[in-house]
Design a protein around this ligand. Structure first.
Ligand code: RAM
Length: 335
């Protein structure tokens, strides 16, 4: 009996050693990692939950690593660590459009699948784009136009100045405004950056209100920024309207016809995280083809592979969705 117990113990120890040492190797369970812009943004936390659920369904382990604040240096360190740990796949919401390229190439050279989600970067094998850049920019421009009554001053309160997703939306807004006479009476006074930090975003919103007494709209293409801005504008008792992209759970008290934010947009961040894990799996299995082809992920959803920038390829998860006084309470329960 003692001998049998001893044999079982040795076998158990051997199994646990394999499991520990083989974080992403063939003999152990594969691990997919998600690296967010920062560790505390509630939007990112929802992406993580979608990623984890998909990993569970796929039978792989998941790990989350994010820098304290939205900096690319922290992300470079994290990706290097994940490579050393032998993960099989990495999904990253990049804090910079280019600075991660060499790090990602080194990971890819080791056979690790690296995709971007939410915010793209050079070197990524595939950008899991939450919504089309032009579509997001168009709804933001139209929100500003509508809330300003077709003319007057507006400002942008963005995330960090190097965030690829916000910068792409802002650049597309500039093009849309320049291309259509309809927007000729709108004056874009300034773009400021709250770095997806609540306090910095509040400070920037307050500065805009002081600096531009005729400001009609502040447009915030960031969930952290839009909440801080809505609170700052409401606390100031200002008549400025707030437009942008927000989490319904955070914005429920501020959205509605007679509120500081008449309506806003977003997409489901849980779906974005979910989709990124299925994308890693499909790429690892060599199921994703060239631009112009489509493929079916294991969750049954079909995606079209499109040209991307800065990643060479992208897929789009879904269109931006409008939240109004009518539907905000219902969606606040979801995300
Ligand atoms: C913030 C982040 C994120 C962005 C959303 C809309 O939470 O900047 O990257 O996609 O806003």
């Amino acid at each position: 009996m003692k001998k049998l117990i001893a044999i079982l113990l040795v076998a158990l120890m051997a199994m646990s050693l394999v499991a520990c040492g083989n974080n992403g190797g063939e003999a152990g369970e594969a691990t997919y990692a998600i690296v967010c812009k920062d560790a505390s943004n509630p939007y990112m936390l929802r992406m993580i939950s979608g990623f984890e659920a998909a990993c569970e369904a796929l039978g792989v382990k998941s790990v989350t690593k994010s820098p304290e604040s939205a900096t690319v240096d922290g992300q470079i360190t994290i990706v290097n660590e994940l490579v050393a740990q032998g993960v099989k796949g990495i999904a990253i919401a990049a804090n910079d459009a280019a600075a991660l390229e060499a790090t990602i190439q080194a990971a890819t050279a080791q056979g690790i699948v690296v995709v971007t989600l939410d915010s793209d970067t050079k070197g990524s094998q595939m950008f899991v784009n939450q919504a089309g850049v032009e579509q997001v920019a168009q709804v933001l421009v139209d929100s500003v136009y509508d809330m300003a009554g077709g003319e007057g001053e507006f400002a942008i309160l963005s995330a960090s100045s190097t965030a690829t997703n916000q910068n792409a939306w802002i650049a597309a807004m500039e093009e849309i405004i320049a291309a259509d006479e309809k927007y000729a009476n709108l004056t874009w006074v300034e773009t400021v950056y709250g770095d997806d930090e609540p306090q910095k975003s509040t400070d920037e919103a307050q500065s805009l209100m002081t600096k531009y007494p005729n400001l009609k709209v502040i447009c915030c293409p960031t969930t952290v920024g839009v909440l801080a801005c809505a609170q700052a504008v409401q606390n100031a008792g200002s008549s400025i309207k707030v437009a942008g992209l927000g989490l319904p759970s955070e914005m429920k008290d501020y959205v509605g016809d007679d509120k500081v934010c008449p309506y806003m947009y977003l997409w489901n961040p849980i779906d974005v995280g979910n989709c990124a894990a299925y994308m890693i799996d499909a790429l690892a299995e060599g199921k994703v083809g060239e631009i112009g082809t489509s493929f079916e992920a294991k969750n049954g959803t079909s995606y079209e592979v499109m040209a991307g920038d800065p990643a060479a390829k992208q897929i789009i998860v879904g269109p931006p969705f409008a939240f109004t006084g009518e539907n905000i309470a219902e969606w606040a329960e979801v995300y």
